[in-house]
Design a protein around this ligand. Structure first.
Ligand code: SF4
Ligand code: URA
Length: 234
């Protein structure tokens, strides 16, 4: 077994049972006591070790944007650049996301952007300084981080959530259906039925497959229309 796999195995022994119900009432009390503020939650995430990713990250990537955002955007997890800078979507895919937001009059200051997991999932956690060491988060890591995402949603209470890519779509909608089937379809959030959820392709997928851009543009026009209705402009 390689050294890094041994490290990973040791870290996994720290994994607590994250479906444990005893911490949920605590979170709810926290959310009631601190109103909309996300700062207490941000500091909990900054020192979190609830899954192995907490032992190999440089820093947790909590989220960016407005606490009063009408639209929340959820990606998969931080990559190399996000891990170094502590902000979601700051690499190449992030630049494309900024352009997508701008195309419908939004920006990373007016929306809220976060990920399904807050720490960088690496193929080889022993080499955090290596580029191209990214992998999708596991089911266990997603389950471990889920209470943070749910608390962010609870505190921000967006009217709309855009799910970027298949990992976010599967995790948030708790479905096995393919992103190609679900993109562009308005869905309800299983835990927050008043929030309208729109799955679309991940910007990194658009970098690999530019032919998907027209579908995302359709989805963005649908979102812009709903936002205009909300604002009484349509
Ligand atoms: Fe904690 Fe989420 Fe980071 Fe895992 S990914 S250590 S659950 S903040
Ligand atoms: N991809 C994601 O899903 N999230 C990020 O923050 C960056 C790239």
């Amino acid at each position: 077994m390689s050294a890094s796999r041994a490290v990973l195995r040791d870290l996994r022994t720290h994994l607590v049972d994250l479906e444990r119900s005893d911490w949920l009432p605590g979170w709810m009390a926290l959310s009631q006591s601190s109103g909309r503020s996300l700062e207490t939650l941000r500091s909990a995430v900054a020192s979190c070790r609830r899954c192995p990713l907490g032992f190999s990250r440089t820093q947790a990537v909590f989220g960016v944007g407005s606490e009063c955002a009408k639209v929340m955007w959820i990606g998969e997890g931080p990559g190399f650049e996000e891990d170094r800078r502590g902000e979601p979507f700051v690499g190449r895919a992030g630049q494309l996301l900024d352009n997508i937001l701008a195309s419908i009059g939004l920006s990373r200051r007016t929306v809220y952007i976060t990920n399904v997991v807050k720490c960088h999932p690496m193929v080889d956690p022993g080499q955090p300084q290596r580029r191209g060491n990214d992998r999708p988060p596991t089911e266990e890591e997603i389950a471990a981080c889920r209470p943070y995402l749910e608390e962010q949603i609870r505190r921000i209470r967006p009217q709309f959530i855009v799910l970027l890519g298949s990992v976010a779509t599967r995790a948030v909608l708790r479905t096995d259906r393919r992103i190609s089937e679900l993109r562009g379809r308005w869905c309800g959030h299983p835990g927050f039925p008043e929030i309208r959820v729109l799955p679309t392709y991940h910007p990194a997928a658009l970098l690999r497959r530019p032919e998907l851009k027209s579908a995302v543009w359709q989805d963005m026009k649908a979102l812009r229309k709903e936002l205009a209705v909300e604002d009484g402009l349509a």
